[in-house]
Design a protein around this ligand. Structure first.
Ligand code: TLP
Length: 343
């Protein structure tokens, strides 16, 4: 058990001792001047792991996604994504500002879009219409509960994208979790996409950083966009050194996070007033609601904190996320605290 059982996000993890050691030893240069050996190594290793030609180290998942959207959409173009997509809802409207694209969202089931509906929403060529330029998928899908987008669905959407000449981007902030849960190879999961953004700081314990991968041409243009956005980092090898530990040492252990999320979810099942759909608990994220008691949520946050448990509520839903800085004992502590609150 940890001093504090922090279930707010898998972004809250601190760098591991191995990461701190890797930072101290990292060979450094200047990335904007094109001579950052450790950042370059992370980019190459990630591209190789995901089966793409090139990679770009960026400060955040948001920047990875937004560079990809700007690569694929001209101002006024439209993209199709799932209604709860992070790119659409949780990136502060960046796609309207940066790519100046507009969104045609699709209501999915557990984060999964129906390919026939996506196809229906592609705009016909007509001077009055925005041009549909891009389909994006999120895997795992955060707002749907860390749910996995099945490979058949990824392939069916890829087929639609190809038939209509659209680009295809994956927000793979937690692709690692889908990979560990399904056993499907990362290369196979990434093959249908033009670009993929993966995060090193969600569940893999890096303090900062994401990598956008794709074709050499897209990534070189992306490097230019990254600089425009102020994402050109100088001795970025300090952070990339942690990223290398993330992708080489931290992926397989995500299965422990999934087991802890399952234990947490099962513990909630049957607790007074809690509505939690167990079918959505496929990886490391849980959402649940406690209808009619929203007015008490602020007070509950405080009561949880008194018991060294941190959770988040977003609108009407609570969210708890497991990661390498919480273990089975933290799960037990959280369940005891919640039981105490709910009676
Ligand atoms: N998600 C954060 C919050 O913004 C909700 C979290 O705590 O889960 N794609 C997905 C699917 C994400 O969940 C996130 C972060 C991002 C992209 C953006 O990553 P960052 O925060 O590094 O910009």
């Amino acid at each position: 058990m940890h001093q504090l059982s922090d279930f707010r996000s898998d972004t809250v993890t601190l760098p591991t001792p191995e990461m701190r050691a890797a930072m101290a030893k990292a060979e450094l240069g200047d990335d904007v001047l094109g001579t950052e050996p450790t950042a370059r190594k992370l980019e190459e290793m990630t591209a190789e792991l995901l089966g793409k030609e090139a990679g770009l180290f960026v400060p955040s998942g948001t920047m990875g996604n937004q560079i990809a959207i700007a690569l694929h959409c001209k101002p006024g173009d439209e993209l199709i994504c799932e209604f709860g997509a992070h790119t659409y809802n949780n990136e502060s409207g960046a796609l309207a500002r940066i790519a100046q694209a507009q969104v045609r969202p699709v209501h999915g089931k557990m984060g999964v879009m129906d390919p026939a509906e996506v196809e229906r929403l592609i705009r016909p060529n007509n001077i009055h219409n925005p041009r549909t330029a891009l389909i994006t998928v999120e895997n795992t899908h955060n707002a749907a509960g860390g749910t996995i987008v099945p490979n058949e669905n990824v392939l069916a959407l890829a087929e639609v994208a190809k038939r209509y000449g659209l680009k295809y981007h994956l927000d793979g902030a937690r692709l690692w979790n889908a990979h560990v849960a399904t056993g499907q190879s990362l290369k196979e999961m990434c093959a249908p996409f033009d670009t993929i953004s993966v995060c090193l700081s969600k569940g893999l314990a890096s303090p900062v950083g994401s990598v956008l991968v794709g074709s050499r041409v897209d990534i070189e243009r992306g490097r230019y966009l990254r600089k425009q956005l102020g994402g050109g980092m100088r001795q970025s090898g300090l952070l990339a050194a942690c990223g290398i530990v993330s992708i080489t040492k931290m992926i397989d252990r995500l299965k422990d996070d999934h087991a802890n999320a399952r234990a947490l979810a099962e513990g909630f099942n049957g607790m007074k007033g809690v509505e939690l759909d167990l079918a959505t608990v496929q990886t490391n994220i849980l959402y649940f609601s406690i209808p009619g008691r929203e007015g008490e949520f602020d007070a509950w946050l405080e009561r949880l904190r008194e018991k060294q448990v941190l959770a988040l509520y977003l609108g009407t839903r609570w969210r708890m996320v497991t990661h390498n800085d919480v273990d089975g004992e933290d799960v037990k502590r959280a369940l005891v605290a919640w039981k105490d609150i709910l009676g």
